[in-house]
Design a protein around this ligand. Structure first.
Ligand code: NAD
Length: 499
């Protein structure tokens, strides 16, 4: 049994609130440990430690901060197998997918290694007589990240990689469902030469989140999770004067034009729809074939593939995907499948009764496939977050593009076509933040930025890339004058202008 406390001031410490959450091994359907749920006082302690660490860390020159990031990257790579094992055990995703989760986070660390260049300001020489103007980016101070269960390595690294490289001191409040990897990352950061108090982990639930949102010393909060909580974090955090970015849920559509290569599309939909048991914010959850012929052919190709998905324990190298994260979440997904049937969608493949031999207590679900899903159905409007793909047929391109455009979520979307003109028009018109053209999961690389539109993101600054640097810093602009020969000017009562 693992018992997780917190990682404060460079040390693993026990929780003192007396409250704990259970951590499960979803492949076995067993409790594997417990995690301390912090009190406000424990969060406050971490904030004070971070506040003390900030002046020295922000004064370290950016090249040296980058060197800590280089060391950290090497240590994460060295410990990749152990991290992936912890991640798969607590989350349920298969080992290869856990390594992908860690690797995508490391790519942000690689980006953050370029911080000396990324933080450079601008300079104008001779903006006026003897006048130069320059700007500089400065870190904010103590900042925090509240992260979800589904990417326990990548999403903390999205946030702290950039925040810390910029000179901030970062507190991570990870998901209480899988705290093992965030805790280990904090230890590795210390081993990499990161001073105590620069990266801390405080485990917890709503109480810890509220403590972050109301703490006067926390300057900025980054959140990733479901939309209802994202909206809450955004409104409460900004009401307390903080800079907040809050990424929420998703319903990602894939438009399949009649000219698309359907064999290739089938492969893409199977991987993007069912990988990680559909528990990805960029999973494809709705396929929109254009025209009845395309739809019939697509369903005929998808059905046998969904029926033959290999579901297994997270350490099975042959499994396509593993269990869902908790029994409670599996029940929620099952209820959505029940609801879809009641709403009149056609359940082409039913994964509800799947059970894995020898692991009957695990939180497994087979793949499910719905056809004839319509936009008025609740199961279409909501995020299901499970191994369920819905097909919503469209008569033509305009009807197809209207679906993701008018949906409440706007995280990712994809179009499959051989027609450059259609693809170009689609990318320009669709009201979604991240677009794939013949790419099913268009997660931008670390040096671009990640963020959805509408109810998929609250706040207007994306994660990582140059936008991340903007989020974790503030700009200061200096106008300086060095008059020649000590010339004095008379008092002027008019706003200075450049004539
Ligand atoms: P969640 O909203 O349940 O939890 C996210 C975080 O909020 C966790 O740290 C959790 O402890 C905390 N939290 C939970 N309930 C809270 C409450 N009532 N008050 C305050 N804090 C609370 O999300 P999850 O189930 O961990 O993650 C899955 C969700 O995250 C999905 O909706 C998925 O689409 C979304 N997600 C979005 C992105 C993105 O970038 N848009 C990326 C990954 C996941």
């Amino acid at each position: 049994m693992n018992t997780y406390g917190h990682f404060i001031a460079g040390k693993a410490v026990s929780g003192t609130s007396g409250r704990f959450g259970e951590v499960f091994n979803p492949s076995l359907g067993e409790v594997s440990g417990k995690v301390a749920l912090a009190s406000r006082a424990e969060m406050r302690k971490a904030v004070e430690v971070a506040r003390e660490a900030f002046p020295a860390w922000s004064a370290v020159n950016p090249q040296r901060r980058a060197r800590v990031m280089f060391n950290f990257k090497a240590l994460v790579e060295k410990n990749m197998d152990e991290l992936a094992r912890i991640l798969s055990a607590e989350h349920g995703k298969v080992i290869a997918d856990s390594k992908g989760d860690i690797q995508r986070g490391l790519e942000v660390i690689e980006f953050a290694c370029g911080i000396p260049h990324l933080m450079k300001g601008e300079y104008t020489e001779g903006a006026g007589p003897g006048i130069d103007i320059y700007s500089m980016r400065q870190p904010l101070g103590v900042v925090a990240g509240i992260t979800p269960f589904n990417f326990p390595a990548m999403i903390p690294m999205w946030m702290f990689g950039v925040a810390i490289a910029c000179g901030n001191c970062f507190i991570n409040k990870p998901s209480e469902k899988d705290p093992g990897v965030p805790m280990r990352l904090a230890e590795l950061f210390l081993e990499a030469g990161g001073p105590p108090g620069v990266l801390q982990v405080v485990n917890g639930d709503k109480e810890a989140v509220d403590a972050i949102l109301e703490d006067p010393d926390i300057q900025a909060v980054s959140f990733v999770g479901s939309s209802a909580i994202a909206e809450y974090v955004y409104s409460r955090g900004t009401a307390h004067g903080k800079r907040v970015q809050a990424m929420g849920g998703a319903k990602n559509h894939a438009i399949i034009m009649p000219d698309a290569d359907l064999d290739q599309v089938t492969n893409e939909l199977i991987g993007a729809g069912y990988g990680s048991a559909g528990e990805r914010c960029m999973a494809i959850s709705v396929a929109v074939p254009v025209g009845e012929k395309t739809a019939d052919a697509l369903v005929a190709k998808l059905k046998p593939r969904v029926e033959s998905l290999r579901v297994g324990i997270s350490t099975d190298p042959d499994a396509d995907y593993g269990p869902l994260v908790t029994a409670q979440h599996r029940e929620k997904v099952k209820q959505y499948i029940d609801m879809g049937v009641k709403e009149g969608a056609k359940l082409v493949v039913d994964g509800r009764n799947f059970s894995l031999q020898g692991y009957e207590n695990g939180y497994y679900l087979g793949g499910s496939l719905f056809d004839h899903v319509t936009k008025d159905m609740q199961t279409y409007k909501d995020e299901i977050f499970g191994p369920v793909l819905q097909i919503a047929r469209a008569r033509d391109f305009d009807e197809a593009i209207a679906l993701p455009t008018t949906h409440q979520y706007g995280n990712g979307v994809a179009i499959f076509t051989r027609d450059g003109d259609a693809a170009r028009e689609f990318a320009s018109r669709v009201q979604v933040g991240m677009v794939g053209i013949n790419v099913p999961i268009p997660v931008p690389l670390a040096y671009h930025t990640f963020g959805g539109w509408k109810r998929s993101a609250f706040g207007d600054v994306n994660q990582h890339g140059p936008e991340g640097v903007r989020f974790w810093t503030r700009i200061k602009t200096v106008t300086q004058r060095w008059p020649k020969g000590g010339v004095r000017e008379n008092a002027s009562f008019v706003i200075p202008t450049m004539k």
